[in-house]
Structure formats: C-alpha cells, structure tokens
Design a protein around this ligand. Structure first.
Ligand code: G6P
Length: 608
C-alpha cells in the first residue's frame, strides 16, 4: 500500500527521499513521486515505473537541490496508476503540496464543493481534494489551514505536507493510517514505517490519530488538531539496517525463509523460563482467563492461516470452543461476542484495515482483545487490550514467511500459558510442547537441507496449471498457507482442500498432469490421507507428499515424498510450511516472477 517519506535537514533531500521510497517498495506500489522545495519553488518528479527509474533520471537524487521534501509510493485506489494520479499533489494556488496514505471517504462531497467554487482537478485521486482544501482554508497561518482541513476530512489519512511559503517546515498528520517521525541530528524525517528510517536514525516518535507534527531541521513539535502541544518521549527501534537488506540473497523472500530458525528463537526464548511461559505486561489476568468461555481468532491472509492452526492447538489444550474468521467477514456479520469472549487478532503489519475494523467491532461488544503483531506501535497494537509482539524484525517480501512462523510460535506459547492457568491440559504435555518448541529452530534448519530436492521438483513442474494442496487437521491448515504462497508469487492457480472434502466436487478436476500436494505428516490421520492419495493417483495426478522422516509407507502411493523432521503433531505446521515456502519460491523463480513484489499485491493492506 502507499508509502510516505519526508525529510528536512541540512543536506539534499532527494537522495534521502528516493532511498526511503526504495525501502518502502515492498509495501507494493504502481507509481511514485517526490517533491522538494528548491529556491522557494516546488520541484516534482514522478514515475509510473520503479523507484530505480526516478533514481536514474535524477542521478540518485543528486541532480535535485533543496533540503526539504516529501515522497510517495502509490498503490492505486481512486484513479488508474498514471503520472497525473501519482503523488505529490499540488493545491490550486500552487502553495501546498501533499502526499497521502489512506482513503478520504467524503472526497466526492469535497470535490463537488470545490468544483462548484471553480477549482479544476488535475487528477482522479481523493488526495487532490486535500491539497485544494488546504488552499481554501489558508489565510496566512499554515497550521490553522491544516487544522481546519483535518476537521473536514473523513476516513483514514497519513499526510506529509509542504507549503512553499514556509520552505523550512515539513508538516505531518496522522489519522488511522501509519506515520512515524524519525529524529536525527540536525535532520528529521517522516515515514510510513521504520524500514525507511533505520539507515538514518533509530529514534522515533509514534504519532497518534488526529495529531499534527511541525518538523524543522532542529526541532519536532507535536500538537493536537486544535493546537495543544503534546509531549511524548521518543522510542528506540531495535531493528538493524541489515534486517532491511538482502544480505547476499537474490530475494528478500529466501532471506526471510532462512531467517526463520533465528527469528522463532528470538520469539520464544525470552518468554520461556523454568519450563513456564511468561508474557510481560499482559493485562489478561488469571481470573479473566478463567472466565473466558470462547475464543474468536480473526485476521487476514496468512495471519488467518496461523489462526486456523491455533484452532487445533487451542481446542486441544484449552478445551474451549475456538472460532476462526476472516476479518473481512467477521466485521460484517453480527458476531456473538461478549465480555467472556477472548478475541485474538493476528497481524504482521498491525495496519490491515479489515483486521483493525474487526478488532473495533469485537471491542465494542465487550471482548478482551489480545493482538499478536509484528510492527511495534502499529494501529492494531495501540487499539488492543493486550499485545504480544512476534519480534520477527522487518519483513520485506510481500509473501510472508518469517512473520507467519513467529505468529505460530506466539500462538503455541499463548495456548500453553492459558492451559497452565486454566489447568486444562496435562502438565507433562505442556512441558513436552515447550521442549519441542525449543527444538524447532534446529528442525527448521534441517528442512533447508532439502532445498536442492525442492528446487528440482519446482524445475520439473513450474509450468503446472492447477495445483491442489490437500491435508487433514494441521496438515490442512499448512495446506492453506502452502497454496496461498504458491499463487501469490507464481500467479499459478492453486487451491487448498480438506482432503476429505475433495470427493465432494473438486475431484472432478483431477486428471492426468494435475499436481496434488498431499500433506500427510499428521500421523494420526495418515491412513485417511493414503486413501485420498490413492483416489487422486487413480485419476493420474502427480502426487508430492509430505511425511515424517522414517515413515516410508507413503512412498508406495506418492510420486515424491518430502520428509520432515519429527515434532509434536500440534507443532507440525512450523516444519511443514517451510518446504512449501521454498517450493513456491522456486516455482516463481523458474517462471520469472517478481518474487518479492508480486503484481497487484501489497504488504500492508490499509484499505478495505
Ligand atoms: C497482505 C499480505 C499477506 C498478509 C495479509 C495480512 O495480503 O500480502 O502476506 O498475510 O496482508 O496482513 P497482516 O499485516 O495483517 O498480517
């Protein structure tokens, strides 16, 4: 989704803006632009190509003078991806320049008002109304114009604003869309997320909704929209610059796949002490946990898939009814939620619009909200009663891998923690699970040894047209994620089915040449999976199966078997997803796809 950067300091702004935009590329975009103020004039450069095109055209930004500027990567919502719709957008008097992330819900009403007053629009965007409304309300005081504009806008917006008459001030506004301020020495920044800033500073100020920031080379002042000064201490980001770079890999996705052992260790190690799970600062008291009579997990995309895994784990350990729902569905039904419901929200970015809306819906109905989030200070983290961070570091590839794995770990830990407090599971089982979790980094690393096998499987089958992932129980949950990985980065059609459901329709699609990925590592149901594999083999499908190392029975039925290290069945998804991630990666690679930035997709989906 759209990304914002802004800079004011004592050096050229354009190279900083372009570098920042490059780091935000992963969010997904289809056009980009920067504006700097140079000699009291705006100088704007836009592209419908990649940021690299802007860099090439401007000698990495060095050809543009001016020490203050704003930049933007646009993911089209209102109007096609083209140069006129790319940000920044200029107000009708040529005084204000604006970059925007979010959606102005009342933009048509504002546009009609402005057009009736004779304002001509140069783009199809909702953003342009902001620049014009600023002009309309400007009577010599920029802050007052911004404050008035904010009061007229409905919807979500993070804004970077320049006024050509104040070439030393960068203004920023946040309302339901992420925006942070980076504090440097004699220079300050704004950005949609910390990845754009970590190479410059690790000191950040998280903005809250409806706040306006007045940012100069040597000062940053935060105000409420009505002009009351706010005092807030900066936070320190512990993400390293390396984490936001490829470090020798061709793609962030493979780097992030390979980071998983280390990432999950970072997620669980500090939370396990003396064979018990601890979560610092959790407000969910033991008493509250006892009173919970159901759990609802809601999320989008891969985060939803970790919720599907958690349903199996929680039902086993907590003996509570667990419902998993897509946030985009949950928010538009009439869910049965009350103060005895624990609602678990899962989100890597912490900004997914549907997930945030589902959270608000559940909160309004009295549920305790526990969120599992990667990005510190994100909207979902802020709106929750409790947050457990995944500590996966920045995830740059659009297709999530390490954040998915870290979410699973937090879910396992929470299941164990709650089971202990509620005395709902055998303490030996909880201890076994903790021991097994500690072994997961090593087990995931051993899966990497299969990389060559997986690569050649991908090479042999990358032209496949339709792929079916089937499984039962946790194998089914892993199938959902494996299928999504394949389709999002290779653009090949693939579907995940509960293996028992196949014969209720989908088996009619099985014919010679179809690839079936049969996840059969959940040993309790392997016999059933064997029958399903036979059914698709009888229809000439090519079957790639998974199984636990040492269990060779599956070889009789499947064409290829990927052997996984043994772990507790409840933790199976953590090892099983890894070969599926690598398979998707190599299929996409052989198909020549843009692995880290798949077409039409965004990392952080901040619109409905
Ligand atoms: C997008 C991403 C997915 C992610 C989903 C939910 O579709 O491409 O990788 O799973 O959003 O995002 P969240 O940040 O809420 O986990």
């Amino acid at each position: 989704m759209c990304g914002i950067v802004g800079f004011v300091g004592n050096k050229k702004a354009a190279p900083v803006l372009l570098g920042g935009l490059e780091r935000l590329e992963y969010r997904g975009y289809d056009s980009a632009g920067i504006t700097v103020i140079n000699n009291n004039k705006f100088e704007t450069n836009k592209t419908v190509k990649r940021i690299s095109a802007l860099k090439e055209a401007t000698e990495n930004g060095e050809a543009i003078c001016g020490k203050i500027g704003i930049g933007h990567t646009r993911w089209a919502t209102h109007g096609a991806p083209c140069e006129k719709n790319a940000h920044p957008h200029l107000g009708f008097k040529g005084r204000f320049m604006v970059v925007h992330n979010g959606i102005i819900e009342n933009y048509l009403e504002l546009k009609n008002e402005l057009e009736a007053e004779g304002v001509a629009f140069a783009s199809d965007t909702d953003t342009e109304v902001i620049a014009h409304i600023l002009e309309k309300h400007y009577t010599g005081d920029v802050f007052a114009a911004i404050s008035k504009t904010v009061s007229r806008l409905e919807g979500s917006f993070a804004l970077g604003i320049l006024c050509v008459e104040q070439p030393e001030i960068l203004y920023a506004v946040r309302n339901f869309s992420p925006l942070i301020i980076g504090l440097g020495e004699g220079e300050n920044f704004i950005a949609s997320d910390v990845t754009a800033l970590v190479s410059h500073t690790k000191k950040v100020l998280y903005m809250e909704d409806k706040e306006i920031a007045v940012i100069k080379e040597n000062s940053v002042d935060l105000f409420t929209a009505s002009g009351i000064k706010i005092h807030r201490s900066p936070a320190l980001v512990n993400w390293s610059v390396d984490a936001a770079e490829k470090g020798g890999y061709s793609h962030f996705m493979m780097k992030e796949i390979k980071e998983q052992p280390e990432v999950i260790a970072k997620t669980f190690e500090p939370r396990i002490k003396d064979d018990k799970v601890f979560f610092e600062g959790l407000k969910l008291t033991e008493e509250k946990l006892q009173s919970i009579n159901r759990i609802i997990i809601t999320a989008c995309g891969s985060a939803y898939h970790t919720g599907v895994v958690a349903k199996y784990v929680f039902e086993e350990l907590l003996r509570l009814p667990v419902e998993v729902d897509l946030a985009s569905e949950f928010r538009y039904r009439n869910p049965i939620v009350d103060e005895n419901t624990l609602v678990i929200i899962i989100s890597q970015s912490g900004e997914t619009a549907d997930t945030l809306a589902a959270l608000k819906e559940a909160k309004a109905r009295g549920a305790h909200i526990l969120s599992i989030v990667n990005v510190v200070g994100s909207s979902i983290a802020k709106a929750s009663d409790d947050v457990i961070y995944t500590w996966a570091g920045p995830e740059i590839a659009v297709a999530t891998t390490k954040a998915y794995s870290a979410q699973l770990i937090v879910l396992y830990l929470f299941g164990i923690y709650a089971a202990e407090k509620r005395s709902s599971a055998d303490s030996k089982l909880l201890k076994t699970l903790l021991d097994e979790i500690r072994l997961l980094p090593q087990k995931i690393s051993s899966v990497f040894e299969m990389e060559d096998t997986i690569k050649s499987l991908a090479e042999n089958h990358y032209k496949m047209k339709n792929t079916f992932f089937i499984g039962r129980n946790i194998d089914y949950a892993a199938a959902m994620e494996g299928s999504l990985k394949l389709k999002e980065i290779s653009y090949l059609n693939s579907e995940a089915y509960a293996a028992g459901e196949l014969k209720h329709g989908t088996i009619s699609l099985i014919e010679q040449g179809k690839i079936v990925i049969a996840l059969s590592a959940y040993e309790g149901l392997q016999d059933k999976m064997m029958s399903n594999i036979k059914e698709v083999k009888a229809r000439d499908a090519f079957v790639i199966a998974t199984a636990i190392k040492g269990n060779t029975a599956i070889e009789k039925e499947a064409d290829e078997v990927l052997y996984l290290p043994e772990t507790h069945p409840l933790l199976l998804a953590s090892v099983e997803v890894v070969p599926l991630q690598m398979f998707a990666y190599y299929v996409a690679l052989f198909n020549g796809c843009d692995i880290d930035k798949p077409r039409n997709l965004a990392k952080s989906v901040t619109v409905e």
